[in-house]
Design a protein around this ligand. Sequence first.
Ligand SMILES: NC(=O)c1ccc[n+]([C@@H]2O[C@H](COP(=O)([O-])OP(=O)(O)OC[C@H]3O[C@@H](n4cnc5c(N)ncnc54)[C@H](O)[C@@H]3O)[C@@H](O)[C@H]2O)c1
Length: 271
Amino acid sequence: MNSLRGKTAAVTGAASGLGRAMALAFAKEGMHLALADVDEKGLEETARLANCGSCRRVDVSKAADVDAFAASLKEVHVVCNNAGVSPVGPLWENTTADWQWALGVNLWGVIHGVRAFVPRLVAQGEGHVVNTASVAGLISPPGMGIYNVTKHAVVALSESLHHDLRVQGSPVGVSVLCPAYVPTGISDSERNRPPELANPALSERQKALKQNLRKAVSSGNLTADDVARAVVAAIKENRFYILTHPRIKGAIQARMEDVLQERTPRNPLAL
Ligand SMILES: NC(=O)c1ccc[n+]([C@@H]2O[C@H](COP(=O)([O-])OP(=O)(O)OC[C@H]3O[C@@H](n4cnc5c(N)ncnc54)[C@H](O)[C@@H]3O)[C@@H](O)[C@H]2O)c1
């Protein structure tokens, strides 16, 4: 899609961080906004900053919420399945609730977005889907196994969606966003965790991992606005992979080589 002016973008996770920055970047392009999140106050603030946009409370892990969001829109051209949360590991200390929470938002949220919106984009013969994965969808850093699983799944889902659309001859575009650390609210994502999936307590190891994540996220050298600009460019150029942090490519290459050489995987954080 090379012209975005006058088109409508639906963005989940739009109350904060990358979702808010994408919404503001789309507004700058002259797009209409349909903003979704569980954080209604944050959503209203995004709409105020963008000076436009409709807001709706949507829990992306719930099929009915995402269906109702899609049904509420008269028009939609760009769909950003972006809402996400970030539990820490190690895997054997994670609870069933950790898995349900993160798979619900990070993976089911994207599944519901594709299911609810893509048939409509295909029928109108125009549109673009941006799924937010992470560089953790291309490498598997230690201490964040559940997150890695959800993000690898989002990369696989996005590649498969791209292939299915090409096989059908549909012009609908797909991008998968794979940033490294960007200062946002992601290391504090427990703030919107549903009480029924709460964890009684974090172990000492998990507390330390959370502290490390907070430090890494806050020291990210690209801003959410930089990432949002890369998303706008990728939609216009119909580019699939959005790798905003080129220095991480060495770790991706190392993983690919380890796979092809059938070597024991190297720790991507130690490369
Ligand atoms: N910030 C980073 O370093 C980074 C790096 C790679 C990928 N990502 C991904 O970017 C996406 C956006 O995260 P962010 O960094 O902007 O974090 P953020 O916490 O600032 O924003 C995430 C938003 O998702 C919303 N959300 C949480 N659960 C939800 C639910 N069930 N339904 C609807 N909305 C829900 C939150 O309320 C919040 O507004 C996520 O998918 C995240 O995994 C972030």
